[in-house]
Design a protein around this ligand. Structure first.
Ligand SMILES: O=C(O)[C@H](O)[C@@H](O)[C@H](O)[C@H](O)COP(=O)(O)O
Length: 247
């Protein structure tokens, strides 16, 4: 597990551009070396700002060799504007002229999981298992090239909320949530072992309203209380902050 490195930029827009630039370099190198790149996307305003920044030079991205995954999802009907995948489609994916190698979408509440969020989580675990086998839970092989995450003001990452049982999960790669403190209550989330199977984990945080959370998570080693402090890449852990969040 790597130590946290902070990269601070003046504001949210500059931050999103810097992350997009680094993303391009990381996936290009991954594809050159391994022929494929697996990345985990996030929602929230930072995740969307990043996709919009990437969308300003979409043709530089090796989409045909890129697998897109999500760290968490709101268990809502397909196409709901609150779903991370809908936001990603609107911000970038629907405009691509080259299809990504894989777009691995978490279950919608009206899809094959038929309203059963636990079944939705199991389906995503099976999809990950098919792609990576045991590597995820054993943490021996980096599965993802980069996992991108936002952070809530309570220090939650993905849908791992402070004090919730999913923060303690170690035997499953994906968990269901039925009592999220932030709506909607039902969600699907990758667990810590899965997020931490990445070469690089990037936490992207902007805004003064996140400053206390940044401080709390950076001073903690209790990932149940402060989930953001529990995500680490095998090669790098980068906290991308704007000046307001960094304090
Ligand atoms: O759980 C949710 O419902 C949120 O959407 C959330 O996880 C979000 O991604 C973070 O709070 C970061 O949000 P910002 O990028 O907007 O700061």
């Amino acid at each position: 597990m790597s130590d946290v490195e902070r990269r601070v930029r003046p504001d949210k827009a500059t931050l999103a551009n810097a992350v997009a630039e680094r993303f391009l370099a990381v996936v290009t190198e991954a594809v050159e070396k391994r022929g494929v790149a697996h990345v985990v996307l996030t929602g929230g305003s930072m995740g969307t700002a990043f996709l919009e920044a990437l969308g300003r030079s979409p043709n530089e991205v090796p989409w045909a060799s890129l697998h897109l995954w999500w760290g968490d999802e709101r268990f809502l009907p397909e196409g709901d504007g609150e779903r991370n995948v809908t936001q990603a489609r609107n911000a970038l994916l629907d405009n691509l002229t080259v299809a990504p190698a894989g777009v691995h979408v978490m279950a919608a509440s009206d899809g094959a999981a038929a309203g059963d969020v636990a079944a939705g989580a199991s389906a995503y675990a099976a999809e990950l298992d098919e792609a990576f086998g045991d590597a995820l839970l054993q943490g021996e092989v980096p599965a993802f090239d980069v996992v991108m995450l936002g952070m809530g003001p309570d220090t939650h990452v993905a849908s791992l909320f402070p004090g919730h049982e999913q923060t303690r999960a170690h035997a499953v790669s994906v968990a269901s949530v039925t009592n999220s403190p932030k709506p909607p209550p039902e969600r699907i989330t990758m667990t810590f072992p899965t997020l931490n199977s990445a070469r690089e984990v990037w936490l992207m945080v902007a805004g003064e309203d996140k400053r206390d959370a940044v401080r709390a998570a950076s001073g903690s080693d209790d990932r149940v209380a402060h989930p953001a402090c529990g995500v680490h890449g095998q090669v790098a852990t980068v906290w991308w902050l704007d000046e307001a969040a960094a304090g």
